[in-house]
Every structure is written in C-alpha cells, then in structure tokens.
Design a protein around this ligand. Structure first.
Ligand code: 5GP
Ligand code: ZN
Length: 112
C-alpha cells in the first residue's frame, strides 16, 4: 500500500495520529473534520496516498466511485440524503493536506 512518511492523513489512517473514525474498510477511511464547516463534516480518504482527486481518478477510478457512494451513505444516515462533496485541489483552491480527501458536508440545510 502506497504511503507517504510526512503525510498527516497517512498518519491518521495508520492510527499514529488520533481521529474520530466514522467508517473504515480495506481501501478507505472516513473521520470527522477537526474544524467542522457544517453540522456533519466528514473527510473520506483512500488508504493509498494520492496527492489530489485528479491523481486518484486517473489511477483508481473505482476508489473514487466508492468514495462518492460512501458520501451518499453518510448523507442518507445523517440527513435527507442531500450533501455537498468538495475536493479542494491545489494550494490556490485551499488544499492544505496533499492526500486526496473528500469533504462531505451534510446534516443540515447548507448555504447556497
Ligand atoms: P483541505 O483544506 O486540504 O481541503 O482540507 C483539510 C482539512 O483537514 C481541513 O478541513 C482541516 O480542518 C482538516 N484537518 C487538518 N488537520 C486535521 C487533523 O489533525 N485531524 C482532523 N480530523 N482533521 C484535520
Ligand atoms: Zn498520505
């Protein structure tokens, strides 16, 4: 499994840094964002290290589809099935952690 030594989210996946786990399977880990921007704000990450969503889509499109399905499942459980799915991609778009992560924002009606 591909890992990056200095990556915050690789450390969270490995349990070297604690997190509030929401879901885990062989390929994927989901945990609560430390600074939530909605009533429910979950980050979903592939266990393999890819810098951004474009790299993930090119290398493992099935994993990207899996992440979308998990986001839907969280929104079905926590809310009406509605959610916002955000992949900040690149520094100038606000990406601060360069291990691809889906922000799932749900649990309440979101601002437009
Ligand atoms: P980005 O800005 O890269 O799209 O999103 C990174 C997200 O990771 C931010 O929403 C930030 O709050 C979250 N985050 C940063 N450090 C930690 C941490 O140590 N634990 C958790 N659970 N979330 C973190
Ligand atoms: Zn990583």
């Amino acid at each position: 499994m591909s890992k990056s030594e200095d990556c915050l989210f690789c450390k969270i996946i490995d349990g070297r840094i604690p997190s509030e786990k929401v879901y885990e399977d062989d390929t994927t880990y989901a945990f609560k964002d430390i600074n939530p921007k909605a009533k429910v704000h979950v980050l979903i990450v592939p266990k393999d290290h890819y810098a951004n969503v474009a790299e993930l889509a090119a290398a493992d499109p099935a994993e990207l589809a899996h992440i979308v399905g998990l986001a839907q499942g969280i929104a079905d459980k926590e809310f009406s099935g509605a959610y916002r799915l955000v992949f900040n991609t690149g520094l100038d778009a606000g990406q601060t952690v360069f291990h691809v992560h889906a922000h799932v924002l749900t649990g309440e009606k979101l601002d437009e």
